[in-house]
Every structure is written in structure tokens, then in C-alpha cells.
Design a protein around this ligand. Structure first.
Ligand code: PSV
Ligand code: MN
Length: 424
């Protein structure tokens, strides 16, 4: 199904006067908001191809029905999201969950929705049918060179597919590690991984980046070979200028200060991209901003400050993606909520009074520092984010429109109740 312009317009129409009233109040408070709206309009968050179906745990999975049955339907779902919020203009593919059968047709379909191809993701954490060697004991770190070779070749194949689609980056997340003390020689595992990554790096086109994603634990529960930002940074530094660290918000040990990690990675020019989600305990993959919205804001505060210091383009110079799972919510509604939360945190970071904060920091005025940050965090910027959406042709209230048009029921009618999207 496709959203028509008139459907969005007739949804927006009755809400316009209330919207402009709220916006006028914000303009009075903030002064000129044009630049802010421009930045918000340019900011796009990629949707992963594996997050369009219902997620699950090892205890079960409760489908909402109407899940996309193939890559084309996934692209259509993201097209719907983008039509609603105008901020989801990219798709990130996981190979081999979503191998394009007809690359040209897939590219055309994506372009018809205004979507580009964000980072490609390789998968050496699962065994695939007809695969010669198993990844049970790791992939790039494996003791057996034949397993490492197979995993390297898979990554190179993913790069090849990405080139055809117009992607510019490869994200490597490894499940490699160990479950028990003594199982692994840490140094050997690191060296093997580095050597394998070097081979993958050598296959990267000049204008590509490789993102090394770290994760503290799971599926290995004693050690992970790329377990934290330090290990990822070591790999990225040893690989060269096209290699960067990727921060997935759910991949830290409890209470880690992610905003500080972000700040230092940016300083080192080694922050590559983000996987947004939220969590209470571990890699819970919940809706961005649903548990710790203040942390999300503090992360964006560092991002904006660090990127501005280096003269970076907020929209273009880092990879922005959601990596969440939807166990109890409609996947599309959940993604709309995540995008909104990310846009809000970004907007709040944009209005932080940087000059005042710097002065307060120099004067050790701790109270003032907190006031400045919390003033921004507590300003309701939803009308500003909505205005950016409105100007780009999106809906003032995307989730409401999704519901009033009964999009899920239509998808169920089209695709059936018992369809299952590929992914975790
Ligand atoms: C691993 O937990 C991860 O965050 C990686 O980014 C994977 O590609 C993705 O999740 C798979 O769902
Ligand atoms: Mn991730």
C-alpha cells in the first residue's frame, strides 16, 4: 500500500491552527527557528531491514500480522514510515537476511520512496544453509584459517552488493568471543580478528567506511572479542583511516557513561555511527528514548558539540540508524516513536546555550551547567520537529495517522496474518 498526499493533508488540516499556535510560542522563546528547522529536515535516520517484523526472545514471538515477506515489502514499509515522518529516508540491509534478487529493481523501488541505502551489515554470527564451515566457535577470530577465510569472503561479498546498491559503508558486528574462562587465548583471538579485518579493509572502495561495532556480551557470556569501545578503537586505529567505531546504545555494561565515550571517539576522529535503541538491563533493544530520554539527550549534546567543533555535517558525516526489536508493539508504530525520540533529542541538543555552558564550565559553576542542560532538555520541542515534518510533506502526528488509516489492517489484508519477516 502507498500513502497518498491528500491523506496526509486531510490529516494535517484540522490540526494546523493548534500546531501554529504552539510553534509561535516556541519562536517567541527561542528566537529565529529557521536554522533549527533546516537541520531537523536534513537529519535522516536509517531503518534496518531486520526491524520491520515482530521481534522476539528465546521464549516466544507474537506477530502483529502483515509482516513484510521479502525485501521489496520491507522497502515499502520503510517508504510508509518515510511518507509519514519524512525522517526515515534510508534503509540498512543485513546480508544474507535480505539479499536483493534484482538489484536494479530494488534500487528503483527504494528511490521511488526517496530512500537511499545506508550501511550494509554482514552476518557471521549465524550459520547459513549450505555453508561449509560453522561459526559456532567464532568467525573472524576462529582458530581454523578456513573458517576465517569463509567469513572474510562473506564480508567482501557484502561490500560488493553494497557497491551495486550505492551504499558507502560496511558494519561488522561479531558475536566472536568465548563462554568460559580458558576457552580462548585473548591475544590470538584479537590477532586473528585483526588479520581478517585487514583483508576486509583492503577490499573497501576508497570512498567507503568500515564500522566496527562492539558489544559487551551475548551470545558469548565470558568474553567478547570486540567487547567495548577500547577494543573497537584498537581495531579501527590499526586498520586505518576508513575504519571507525560504531556505538550501539544497548551494547554497554550497566551505567556506562555513553556520552563520554561518544565525546572521546569524536575527538579521536574515530566515531563512525550509531545504532539507536534503549534499555533497562542489557541489550534490550527497546524504543529509543523510552527508558532514558535524558541520556539520549546528553549523547546528542556531545554529538552536536563535538561535530560542531570539528566542522562536521550533522546529517551526513556519521551513520544514524535504529537497531531495535519490537516484541509487544506494532513494529512500524514503534519505529515511528523511535524516530520521533531521536529527532527530539537532536533538537534539544541544538538549543543548548553553548557559550553560556562554556563560561559556566570555566567558572566551575556546576549549578549553572546543570540549569543550562536541563533548560534545553525540558523545553518541549515537539512543535519544532512537527514543523520540519510538515514542511517536508509529512504528517503532524504520524502514529495517529498510521492508526486512523488502519495501515496494519491493510497490510494484513495484503500480506496475510501469518507472514514472517526475516531477521532475529
Ligand atoms: C547485535 O546485537 C546487533 O546490535 C548488531 O548490530 C546486529 O547486526 C544486530 O544487532 C542484529 O539484530
Ligand atoms: Mn547493533
Amino acid at each position: 500500500m502507498q500513502l497518498e498526499k491528500y491523506q496526509i493533508q486531510s490529516h494535517n488540516e484540522p490540526q494546523l491552527s493548534a500546531h501554529y499556535r504552539k510553534l509561535a510560542y516556541l519562536e517567541e522563546e527561542l528566537g529565529d527557528t529557521e536554522q533549527l528547522i533546516e537541520k531537523l529536515t536534513a537529519f535522516q535516520i536509517a531503518i534496518p531491514s531486520w526491524a520491520l517484523g515482530t521481534g522476539g526472545t528465546r521464549f516466544g514471538r507474537f506477530s502483529a500480522g502483515g509482516e513484510p515477506r521479502n525485501l521489496e515489502e520491507k522497502i515499502n514499509d520503510i517508504g510508509l514510515l518515510h511518507a509519514l515522518n519524512r525522517s526515515s529516508g534510508a534503509i540498512s540491509l543485513h546480508i544474507p537476511w535480505d539479499i536483493p534478487q534484482d538489484t536494479l529493481a530494488v534500487k528503483e523501488l527504494a528511490a521511488s520512496h526517496g530512500l537511499r541505502f545506508d550501511a550494509m551489515n554482514s552476518n557471521t554470527f549465524q550459520d547459513q544453509q549450505n555453508q561449509e564451515f560453522s561459526y559456532k566457535f567464532g568467525s573472524l577470530q576462529h582458530e581454523d584459517p578456513k573458517v576465517r577465510k569463509q567469513a572474510v569472503e562473506h564480508n567482501i561479498e557484502v561490500i560488493r552488493q553494497g557497491i551495486e546498491l550505492g551504499s558507502k559503508s560496511l558494519t561488522v558486528w561479531l558475536a566472536d568471543g568465548s563462554c568460559f574462562p580458558g576457552q580462548l587465548n585473548f591475544r590470538k583471538a584479537f590477532q586473528h580478528t585483526l588479520d581478517s579485518l585487514k583483508e576486509i579493509y583492503a577490499a573497501l572502495p576508497d570512498d567507503w567506511k568500515i564500522f566496527i561495532e562492539y558489544k559487551a556480551f551475548e551470545p558469548n557470556f565470558y568474553s567478547t572479542t570486540v567487547g567495548d569501545w577500547g577494543q573497537s578503537l584498537l581495531f579501527a586505529n590499526k586498520l586505518g583511516p576508513k575504519a571507525y567505531t560504531l556505538v550501539d546504545l544497548g551494547h554497554h555494561l550497566p551505567n556506562a557513561n555513553i556520552e563520554q565515550i561518544v565525546s572521546l571517539l569524536l575527538m579521536e576522529e574515530k566515531l563512525g555511527g550509531f545504532h539507536f535503541n534503549d534499555s533497562k538491563y542489557g541489550d534490550d533493544d527497546l524504543t529509543a528514548g523510552s527508558i532514558k530520554p535524558y541520556q539520549l539527550f546528553l549523547i546528542f549534546n556531545e554529538l552536536v558539540e563535538g561535530m560542531d567543533t570539528r566542522g562536521m555535517d550533522h546529517a551526513e558525516d556519521l551513520g544514524w540508524m535504529i537497531d531495535a526489536s519490537h516484541n509487544v508493539k506494532d513494529p512500524l508504530e514503534d519505529l515511528l516513536q523511535s524516530v520521533e525520540a531521536i529527532m527530539l533529542a537532536y533538537a534539544q541538543a541544538l538549543i543548548v546555550d553553548r557559550a553560556a555552558l562554556q563560561t559556566a564550565q570555566i567558572e566551575n559553576d556546576v549549578v549553572r551547567c546543570q540549569e543550562i542542560l536541563q533548560n534545553a532538555f525540558r523545553t518541549d520541542l515537539r512543535p519544532l520537529v512537527a514543523e520540519a515534518r510538515l514542511r517536508s510533506g509529512g504528517a503532524l502526528a504520524p502514529v495517529e495517522l498510521f492508526r486512523s488509516l488502519q495501515i496494519r489492517s491493510q497490510l494484513i489484508q495484503e500480506r496475510g496474518l501469518f507472514t514472517m519477516a526475516t531477521g532475529l
